[in-house]
Design a protein. Sequence first.
Length: 450
Amino acid sequence: MSTQTFHLPDVGEGLTEAEIVQWRVAPGDTVEVNDVLVEIETAKSLVELPSPFSGTVGELLAPEGETVTVGAPIITIAGGAAEPDAAAGLSAHGEPAAPAEDEGEGAVLVGYGTGGAVASRRSARPAERTAAVKASVGVVAKPPVRKLARDLGVELAQVTPSGPAGEVTRDDVVAHAEQASVFRNLATPAAPVERERTIPVSGMAPVPPASAASLPGREETIPVKGVRKATASGMVRSAYTAPHVTVWTDVDATRTMELVKRLKASPDFADIKVSPLLIMARAVIWACRRTPTVNAAWIDNEDGSAEIHVRNYVNLGIAAATPRGLLVPNIKDAQDLSLRELAAALEKLTLTAREGRTSPADQQGGTITITNIGVFGMDAGTPIINPGESGIVAMGTIRQKPWVVEGEVRPRFVTTVSGSFDHRVIDGDGMSRFIADVASILEEPALLLD
């Protein structure tokens, strides 16, 4: 009986290592080609690895939680063979070979043949996919929810699901963890209160210093890996390579708020979420046309020379706080989208990021980024530029404040727009002009309506 060894592949993003998050199979299980074997976490996304072989699972060569390098063996499968298309993309011992041209639909993992097989898996009916998930893992839950459960020490099988398809949601996990904490506190007897203390006449008894071991919970060690590791590396590289300069201005965003209210009531936007971020995004795209250098990149060549690449398109990045950490997916060619199309793209980007389904491709090729720190109640900030870009814009919270209008103090919706820029690429006048242009659109957004 032949045994095939499956090695960790590069999933198409220059991967060097990945963490084994959750095995979907166990030794002795029977698998077919394209059955999901394992869920891995790379520096940018959670990825499910389908099997290139059919047969019986032999040994799991890497435990959950371990970080392994590309090419390392992770599982053995005995008694079967690879599907012809899948085998064509693997070397004799199961290592990923060079990627073939993508002749099918959608993205294809390196070493898994053409897109045909992947497309067929995607075309499976939702009920069938749900049944498969239930059969293989016991409960239905998305990868970020499973990670949250592990972090909180929650057993998913004990959580009551509330999702529309019977899946466990993030709120279910949090509620279960909070309830468990309350029960633990109630079950723990209170320490007796010391009503009296006797002090020796000879003097105060020495009190030994508390040791770290006697005070559990004072510190927690968090391994730096995955998204956090990639974010840290990128931010350090950006902060100590590009000379950052930050400028900001306060803006009367009352008319932006009025426009958002009208768009929410419009039938054209009935099925799309509309927020001030939409107007901010449109303003940034417009301002990039007037000051193209903010949408540029500084390139160091191997011969010691340097170039500035000015992009005549806008791949608009949106910094997104997710259960896995900070991600910056981007909307490709955002300058070509109508206001409604831009709103739909923003909504899809946000939902995908929160669910942990942002693909590596969606995080590559950004040209300028918006970070909406206002959702956290922050007024302003000095954000660090995303590597490979020259500018990042921060939008603060929008609050009613006293504002002078035509000589009178009136309550207006006010926000602060700030931006950090690479001073190698952009001079002070360009930075100021760009932020002033963004502010002018927030003050009078009707100028940019389709």
